[in-house]
Each structure stands twice: as structure tokens, then as C-alpha cells.
Design a protein around this ligand. Structure first.
Ligand code: MRU
Length: 344
């Protein structure tokens, strides 16, 4: 059975608490939109697509709370609360807009029913899209290569299968790659806690490394490609992703190694011309000062903790979506890809 981090059961949202993995598997049941917003902010659920899916279910919970009085106007505060949970991943706003479009002209029970259908569709579509995306990504990877990845872009971060990790899963199943190198992804440790755990469950050979060893590995010829996910891709192909991604792209360029981004179309934000306009979330300094609550730095040391960085499109070999491959991402190639999507 495919690993999942989100379930809609008995009109409630169930989330696998990702803060506790891999030590503990604990499911939380959420009953209100405010609880969903807090779970997104506190990283119970994380990863751009999973955040969007959770927010969609959050709107359903808000409508259920309102019952017969549910309407677009009454739901506006809940939508705002969900939108304020995290700023960088555009999938959150994309999902909320889809839910808002669904509200048009509906009230009460009919509205709740339509919103539930839409949230389930967003969830199921994401899982199906990841499998399609993987089919475009696998042939790009160097045969028998060892592929470096960053953060967690797997089933835990999406509706299922994963984006970059979905490509790697499928590539291993197809006998295309030799194995995966996962950077631990300081400070939240998505690579060590989540990615290595996911891959080991599937029997995909994975070696966990400190983020700082990426250059050394590339210099020694141990890495044949890098593949990562994305939180927001702008009209010119600039890509916001987990902090540390930009450094990997620079290293890959220096060593002549292909650098791929795998993301669904819902991660593309054509309204932003370039990465300069992306809001980069800054998180609590204690994420750096402590590891699992244990201090590893002076309590008062000033900390700068951006959760994401922006990789210029020119450093990306190709962006892989569920609709195909965008080689040499830039304003023209991105627009051409989106035009073919709209034609279909
Ligand atoms: O802070 P996180 O864990 O939500 O960051 C996640 C990432 O940066 C992922 O690479 C991105 O959301 C893509 S997940 C398919």
C-alpha cells in the first residue's frame, strides 16, 4: 500500500504528525480550519502539495462548522486564516482559490457537499499527477546513476508517490538508477527523518549525508544528477525550494552535473515574473539553536533561519511537470509549456 500522510475519514482530516517521524507514527484528527492552519504552520504537515491539500480540507471543515449558514462570505475568515499559515508554497493559495471558485452561488448543505468533492478531487489528482510526472522524469536520469536529493518530496509531502522522490521511486523500480543520496536538510531534517525513512520502506538504496558533503561527493564523481522539488516556480523558471537548494544548483553547475526540478503545475506561479518577488518564510531561531528541543548553541545567539531559497532558472537543466519537460527554463520556455497545457 502506498504511504500517505493525509486521510479524509468520517468528515474529519487525519494527519500523520511529521514532527515525530521516524521515531513515532502518530495520527492527529483535525476538526476545525484553525486546527488545520496551526498544523500547517507547526509542520505537522509540510511539503507544498500536502499543504495545499490540507488547506482544501480545512475549508471543508470550516463549512461543516457553519452548517446551514455556510456561504462564501461566512467562509472568508477561515480562508484568510488558512492562507496566513505559511507564505512561500504557492500550492496553498492555488488550492484555496480552487475552493473559493467552487463556492460560487452555493449555500449550506449543497456548498459543503461541493467543497468536499473538490477537496477530494485536489487530493486524488495530486497523487495521479505525481505518477504522470514520474513517467516524464525517469528517462532523464543518467542510467545506473547515483542521484542526490534534498528535503522531502515524497508521499509525505504530497497526495502520494511524491514529486522528485516519486521520480526516484519510479526510476529505481524501472532499474534505471543505482541509488539515492539524501542530504539531511538542516535544520528541520526532512532528508534524514523523512526521505531516508520513505526510501528504506520501499527498499530503494539510500545513503544519508550531511548537507555540507555535497560538494565533496560531486568533486569525487559520486553524483550523476540532482533532483529536487519546488515550493513556487515563477514565470521565468526561478524556483523557491528548501534552503540549501541554490547551493546545490551552483555546485552541480560547477561540476557539470544535471540539476532537475520536479513539481506539479500547481507549483507554477505565472503571476510572478521572477524569484525576486517570492516571499521567503523565516522561521523560529530555536529550529537552529536546538535539535529536538536540546540546545546546541548559546540560548541568546542571534539566528537567521530562512526556510527556502531561490534557484535561478538558468541553473536548472529542466523542470519536470505532469505535462512534460521544460528544458532550459526561462520566460519563453515556461510560457510555451503553459500554452500547451491550456491547449489540451
Ligand atoms: O518546509 P517544508 O518541509 O514544507 O519544505 C518542503 C520543500 O521544500 C519541498 O522540497 C517542496 O515543498 C516540494 S514537496 C513535493
Amino acid at each position: 500500500m502506498e504511504l500517505t500522510a493525509l486521510r479524509w475519514r468520517d468528515d474529519r482530516l487525519e494527519l500523520l504528525d511529521q514532527r515525530l517521524l521516524p521515531a513515532e507514527t502518530r495520527w492527529l484528527t483535525l476538526q476545525t480550519a484553525a486546527e488545520v492552519a496551526a498544523a500547517i504552520h507547526d509542520m505537522v504537515v509540510r511539503g507544498a502539495p500536502a499543504i495545499g491539500i490540507s488547506a482544501a480540507y480545512g475549508v471543508v471543515l470550516a463549512a461543516q462548522e457553519l452548517g446551514n449558514t455556510a456561504s462564501a462570505d461566512q467562509l472568508a475568515p477561515a480562508v484568510s486564516t488558512l492562507a496566513a499559515s505559511r507564505p512561500t508554497a504557492v500550492n496553498l493559495f492555488w488550492a484555496l482559490e480552487r475552493m473559493q471558485r467552487t463556492m460560487a452561488g452555493l449555500h449550506g448543505a449543497a456548498l459543503i457537499e461541493a467543497l468536499t468533492r473538490e477537496a477530494l478531487r485536489i487530493h486524488e489528482d495530486d497523487r495521479a499527477m505525481n505518477h504522470r510526472l514520474a513517467s516524464f522524469g525517469v528517462p532523464l536520469l543518467p542510467e545506473n546513476g547515483r542521484i542526490y536529493t534534498h528535503c522531502n518530496t515524497g508521499a509525505l509531502a504530497t497526495g502520494g508517490h511524491g514529486t522528485a522522490l516519486g521520480v526516484l521511486r519510479s526510476a529505481w523500480a524501472a532499474g534505471r538508477i543505482r541509488g539515492v543520496i539524501a542530504g539531511e536538510t538542516r535544520p528541520w531534517m526532512q532528508g534524514s527523518r523523512l526521505t531516508s525513512w520513505e526510501l528504506m520502506q520501499d527498499g530503494v538504496p539510500v545513503t544519508l549525508v550531511a548537507d555540507s558533503s555535497a560538494g565533496h561527493l560531486m568533486q569525487r564523481g559520486e553524483v550523476q544528477a540532482v533532483i529536487v522539488g519546488a515550493d513556487r516556480i515563477t514565470a521565468n523558471g526561478d524556483t523557491a525550494n528548501k534552503i540549501g537548494t541554490y547551493a546545490l544548483a551552483v555546485l552541480a553547475r560547477h561540476h557539470g552535473i544535471p540539476f532537475y526540478v520536479a513539481a506539479p503545475l500547481s507549483t507554477i506561479d505565472p503571476a510572478l515574473a521572477s524569484g525576486d518577488s517570492i516571499v521567503i518564510e523565516e522561521r523560529d531561531g530555536n529550529e537552529i539553536r536546538c535539535i529536538q528541543g536540546k540546545p546546541i548553541a548559546p540560548a541568546e545567539v542571534p539566528v537567521f533561519n530562512p526556510a527556502f531559497d531561490v534557484t535561478p532558472g538558468e541553473l536548472i537543466t529542466a523542470i519536470i511537470t505532469e505535462h512534460g519537460v521544460i528544458r532550459h527554463p526561462g520566460t519563453d520556455t515556461m510560457a510555451a509549456h503553459l500554452a500547451t497545457v491550456n491547449d489540451d
